[in-house]
Design a protein around this ligand. Sequence first.
Ligand code: CP
Length: 307
Amino acid sequence: LRHLLTTEGLGRALTTEILDTAESFVPVTRNDVKKVPLLRGRTVVNLFFEASTRTRSAFELAAHRLSADVLNIEGRSSSTTKGETLLDTLKTLESMHVDMFVIRHGESGAAEFFARHAAPGVAILNGGDGRHAHPTQGLLDVFTIRRHKPDVAGLSVAIVGDVLHSRVARSDIHALQALGTQDIRVVGPKTLVPPELDALGVSVHHDLRSGLADADVVMLLRLQRERMSGHYLPAGSAFHRGFGLNEHTLGYAKPDALLMHPGPINRGVEIAAPVAYGKQSVILEQVSHGVAIRMAVMAMIIGAHQS
Ligand code: CP
């Protein structure tokens, strides 16, 4: 693993290796947070051009727990606002002997651009690019699923909401497929779940009840208004009436179905507050596992660059 740009094409062996490595980084108790020297003397730059709470914090914590030095740069306070290009930003920071960049950007392909231009030995991790990919989110999602339901290949997984604009949906689908999952459904209104999404190897549903029928996992997505052009903008209340998850509609899935959401959640839109933190919800576990997954990915990348 030299860079991590997408879960597409990672394959079963590498996906499983990442998940297995992450297991060793999950604290058993709150007092069991390990700090290991795997990245001592290394520098990680978090370069975020879009807002983030979970991804940026988890990458920062992961880097600290691996003993790296960490630099956090927000796009809106970087010299890109003075006309510096992304390429010049990369080269400028590289010259300070940086080993790894985590980049989040609104343009699909930004992480690949960085990877194409990075100096030998510098690793690029995609923290989310446009609607293209969010690979560590996909990995932490399948990691969370596997911890609860180890036979990932045999599960029925429903991804509900704004799939069209979602990099998380794409990364989840590719990660699940790497582990052999066949029954993946995308569920939502035609404007946000167009029929051509079946090209991803999933089934497309425009009715919540049939989309959730006997599902083992229900993954919700928020409406990504920042990526919508005007005519797509659905009212939150109308969306909730058709496709929102609440105590009643969650009952369409299996009684022990996992309720997941990559966050941030929009209460009363795609999810009702009582189920967001109800007994089937693993949303906060996803957040917690995000640190272990990012530790695993960074450790494996540094290992690969040393070999
Ligand atoms: N899931 C996710 O990417 O959340 P943030 O935008 O808060 O990082």
